[in-house]
Design a protein around this ligand. Structure first.
Ligand SMILES: NC(=O)c1ccc[n+]([C@@H]2O[C@H](COP(=O)([O-])OP(=O)(O)OC[C@H]3O[C@@H](n4cnc5c(N)ncnc54)[C@H](O)[C@@H]3O)[C@@H](O)[C@H]2O)c1
Length: 383
């Protein structure tokens, strides 16, 4: 078993707060990883069995995601070990934020992650009597509904277009495979289609629907709304492949946008895409990343490509005390500009340093965090 003190390294965490409440059975943790570039920010997860270690890893991931996106927040994450489907969810959530009233919202603002939805963010605001206590609230409360708007998937597509141009591959007419048709996958497919790409395959956990002549994305979205993820098996046209086979199709761009750990070394050797753009978090193993680089396949790392949701959350942070509703157009414009620039920066850096894009992106983020730590006197200035 890992001791909380074993988690600490040269970057953080700066603070770990474990809270519990006997009557509701609430058990939770807040990890503030590194605040050199700004206050700690990251979503709040509710899932049975979450651990302090898992929360700390997610908080560290946020430190790099903010720095790689060059946005001035630090890494943080909160986790509540509970079943989000439990009837006691609201009482547990209220107990969690009450226990963290010293930290929220001055040091941490709750946001959405697995297990929490827009109305849960509203409950947090209600419990602490502070509109600043949470972001991710519904639009009718002045929030930025980033999942509903498809901001993350939109950003994945923008990063894909910039990376494709960098790799000498035009997106117009490019054949694209999208794994996963949830909040991220469907919005990515929609935007990639708008940018002129041909979506030849989309998948869900129930299988993949494939048509080399191109799929009708708006029709797929309607089918998804009607039938849920099982829609892939109920379409009139297109071959249905078992889930997982879509990763190996002959295509130009592959967008894993479903779950983590889907591309290991063996799959990486068989991928036929020229460009992989990571919509999901952690879809490729470090060995797979090396294999893809050796095979000349360009990869846009998750913490670059799927940062659209984080950028939307940054807008929501600024809007917390405003009487004006945040303007979605401004969010989309910022996501497009930032992610296009960041994707190219990371690919250029990877080329210059002969590193994988993941290693180059992490290095860029670490340099930015280290510079902030040095300026603030948190680490010695290099001579
Ligand atoms: N929602 C966001 O704003 C956001 C932001 C950053 C990163 N992410 C990451 O993107 C990924 C997807 O998130 P989401 O919000 O779209 O989730 P979601 O639950 O809305 O959708 C997930 C989709 O993946 C499909 N799926 C699951 N297992 C699959 C498999 N083995 N093969 C093919 N498809 C499979 C599901 O059927 C569903 O269509 C996750 O890794 C998440 O952490 C999401």
């Amino acid at each position: 078993m890992t001791d909380a003190l074993d988690i600490v390294d040269e970057w953080g965490p700066e603070k770990i707060v474990v809270v519990s409440h006997r009557r509701t059975g609430m058990k939770g943790v807040l990890v503030i990883d590194n605040t050199a570039r700004g206050m700690g920010k990251g979503g709040t997860r509710m899932a049975p069995g979450v651990t302090v270690t898992e929360c700390a890893r997610l908080a560290r991931n946020m430190t790099w995601k903010w720095a790689a996106a060059d946005l001035f927040y630090g890494g943080a994450k909160a986790a509540i070990a509970a079943d989000p489907a439990s009837p006691g969810k609201e009482a547990i959530l209220r107990a969690f934020v009450r226990a963290l009233h010293n930290e929220v919202p001055r040091e941490y603002v709750l946001g959405l992650d697995m297990g929490l939805a827009e109305d849960d963010a509203a409950i947090v605001q209600d419990e602490l009597g502070d509109r600043g206590a949470a972001v991710g609230t519904p639009a009718h409360l002045g929030g930025v509904a980033y999942d509903r708007l498809g901001v993350t998937g939109f950003g994945v597509a923008e990063a894909a277009e910039a990376a494709a141009a960098h790799a000498g591959l035009g997106l117009a007419g490019a054949r694209v495979v999208v794994q996963g048709f949830g909040a991220v996958g469907r919005a990515a497919a929609r935007r990639l289609g708008d940018l002129g790409a041909v979506i030849v395959c989309v998948s869900t956990a129930y299988g993949a629907v494939y048509d080399p002549a191109g799929l009708d994305v708006p029709a797929l979205e309607r089918a998804r709304d009607e039938h849920g993820d099982v829609f892939v098996t109920r379409l009139p046209g297109g071959a249905v492949l078992p889930a997982g086979q879509e990763l190996l199709l002959d295509c130009d761009v592959l967008v894993p946008a479903a779950v983590q750990d889907v591309i290991d070394e063996e799959i990486a050797r068989r991928i036929r895409a020229r460009l992989v753009v990571e919509g999901a978090n952690l879809p490729t193993s470090p060995t797979a990343q090396k294999v893809l680089a050796e095979r000349g396949i360009t990869v846009v790392p998750d913490f670059i490509a799927n940062a659209g949701g984080a950028i939307a959350a940054a807008f929501a942070m600024d809007a917390r005390y405003s009487a004006f509703r945040p303007e979605p157009d401004a969010v989309f414009a910022a996501v497009a500009e930032k992610l296009r620039g960041n994707a190219v920066d990371v690919l250029e850096e990877a080329g210059r340093l002969a590193l994988t894009p993941h290693a180059a992106g992490r290095r860029l983020a670490q340099n930015r965090v280290a510079a902030a730590m040095r300026s603030k006197g948190r680490i010695p200035v290099r001579s």
